[in-house]
Design a protein around this ligand. Structure first.
Ligand code: BES
Ligand code: MN
Ligand code: ZN
Length: 513
């Protein structure tokens, strides 16, 4: 779907010719659900027959007769669940996002190429959703994210009858057109960014390398005016980035440190985003078991998230500066590969004993964090990484793990994540965990044993951020196989992209000290 095919209009929905016209009905506990007068009689009938009560994802699909006032081929009334009762703003927004995902699912099942969506009026929604900008935005995000598909490598077997996804969405609203339009535009920026992150992740290791990260960033910069820079292997050698270079040793494709800069002249502060761009993680010499290893093409989801967040930043032009750095390489076991026991030296001079070559994410992030902080002097730094299997043991696939050295920043990330439907759960960090990564022969070692694997990985990273307010997002459990939701198809979720976008949008200078 093209971005300009999603529009907001103030028109009588019934008069619009479309494949599918969508209304919403809000569950009202034992009572007739709240809905648009245009479908009131159908909803009433269905409710009295006990066929429909407005529960989430419940549907009435009907075909207006030829003489009817309705010009659409089909009409869908979709239950939203009790979205008028939910007091938590993040939860209420996510209900709407899921409803949007259901719209996309119905479109796919009836092969609707264009859809007209009648937005529910604020009076039908929760008091937490009085702002029509964000409620319309959540619905729009849900439809766009739910309509996502990755079929690039299935083109040759494609049939004419196969559904290619939506071509057009029109949002109809009676009041607040301007503000709703703004909400839909923001939703487009965020949802398309997350879909691009999913595209990058879906590309397999042979089609998405450090060179592809660089090429994508270069093109994005050319299209939008962002600053682009790429540290090549030689430069990284001169700069002493011994972590990313060590991980890259066993690989055929040279590592790259890809940088995108949004640095407006009037900025007072800069936010630094760093994302793990490990394009395939075999484990290196500490090789992973073969079962499920194909999933390790997703080990670049942090890099995708920060790079794609920049796509939205470039469009929305906030006051705050934002820089994204993606340390990019694969982790292979070629003849020059890093050995277990090797001692390496990072950009900031900290030496590290590599006990396990499969704990590579922290090695590449360390250089990116230390250099990024020194070079851009950010007010805060955030990183996203598919860093540890341990986070899946701790939190499952429902929360992103958060470790931070700053309470205000941790709160801001929690809020941004909650509004995005990407919840984070904070884990502690203190000296006791740091002890686990003490080495006999170097400053630190790259694993801290089995206990608290997510926290000891963060303890490693903490050695490279100094006093800069920092938040680390371990997305190993949420970057794919994320909680089942209608707007998250199987495969990569694009998680953290929209969290970062929200964080930038809600940034206030001096917010983090
Ligand atoms: N990319 C993996 C983490 C991972 C595991 C992501 C499973 C998604 C699903 C990371 O590089 C890794 O291998 N971590 C090791 C660290 C260990 C050797 C200390 C892990 O978690 O097993
Ligand atoms: Mn690994
Ligand atoms: Zn990894």
């Amino acid at each position: 779907m093209k971005k300009d095919r999603i529009t907001t209009i103030n028109k009588t929905a019934e008069t619009i010719e479309t494949d599918l016209l969508v209304y919403f009905a809000v569950e009202a506990k034992g009572k007739m659900p709240e809905c648009d007068t245009a479908v009131h009689s159908q909803v009433k009938k269905a409710f009295e027959l006990k066929d429909f009560s407005g529960k989430a994802a419940e549907q009435i699909l009907f075909y207006p007769p030829a003489r009817s006032k309705i010009a659409a081929a089909r009409v869908l009334v979709l239950g939203t669940g009790p979205v008028n009762k939910e007091k938590d703003k993040g939860a209420a927004l996510d209900m709407l996002r899921e409803v949007g995902g259901e719209v996309a699912k119905v479109c796919a099942s009836v092969k609707a190429r264009d859809v007209v969506v009648c937005l529910p009026p604020p009076k039908h929604l929760s008091p937490a959703l009085t702002d029509p900008e964000i409620s319309a935005g959540a619905l729009a995000e849900g439809i766009i994210l739910g309509d996502y598909r990755f079929e690039k490598y299935k083109e040759s077997t494609r049939k004419k009858t196969d559904y290619p996804g939506l071509d057009e969405i029109k949002f109809v609203c009676k009041d607040n057109l301007k503000i709703v339009h703004q909400g839909v535009e923001k939703a487009k920026n965020a949802a398309f960014a997350a879909c691009t992150a999913r595209d990058m992740a879906n590309e397999p290791g042979n089609h998405w390398t450090s060179a592809d990260f660089a090429a994508y960033a270069k093109q994005l910069a050319a299209d939008t005016g962002l600053g682009y820079r790429c540290l090549e292997k030689k430069e990284m050698e001169q700069m002493g980035m011994g972590g990313i270079l060590a991980v890259n040793q066993g690989s055929y494709v040279p590592a790259r440190m890809v940088v995108l800069e949004y640095l407006p002249e009037n900025r007072t502060e800069t936010i630094l985003l760093v994302g793990k761009g490990l394009t395939f993680d075999s484990g290196g010499i500490s090789i992973k078991p073969s079962a499920g290893m194909e999933e390790m093409k997703y080990d670049m989801c942090g890099g995708a998230a920060v790079m794609c967040a920049m796509q939205a930043v470039a469009l929305e032009k906030p006051d705050v500066g934002v820089v994204a750095i993606v340390p990019a390489t694969d982790n292979m076991s070629g003849s020059r590969a890093l050995h277990p026991g090797d001692i390496i030296s990072h950009y900031n001079g900290v030496t590290s004993e590599v006990v396990n070559t499969d704990a590579e994410g922290r090695l590449i992030l360390a250089d990116a964090l230390a250099w990024g902080i020194e070079h851009f002097k950010p007010a805060c730094v955030l990183d996203a990484a598919t860093l540890t299997g341990a986070v899946i043991i701790g939190l499952g696939h429902h929360y992103t793990g958060l470790v931070s050295n700053n309470n205000a920043l941790a709160k801001a990330v929690e809020a941004a994540g909650s509004l995005a439907g990407e919840p984070v759960w904070r884990l502690p960090l203190n000296k006791n965990y740091e002890k686990q990564i003490e080495s006999d022969v170097a400053d630190i070692k790259n694993t801290g044993g089995k206990p608290a694997g997510t926290i000891t990985a963060a303890a490693y990273l903490s050695k490279f951020v100094g006093k800069t307010p920092w938040a680390h997002l371990d997305i190993a459990g949420t970057a794919w196989e994320f909680t089942k939701k209608a707007y998250i198809p199987k495969g990569p979720s694009g998680t953290a992209t929209r969290t970062f976008i929200n964080l930038v949008r809600n940034w206030k200078p001096g917010k983090i000290k």
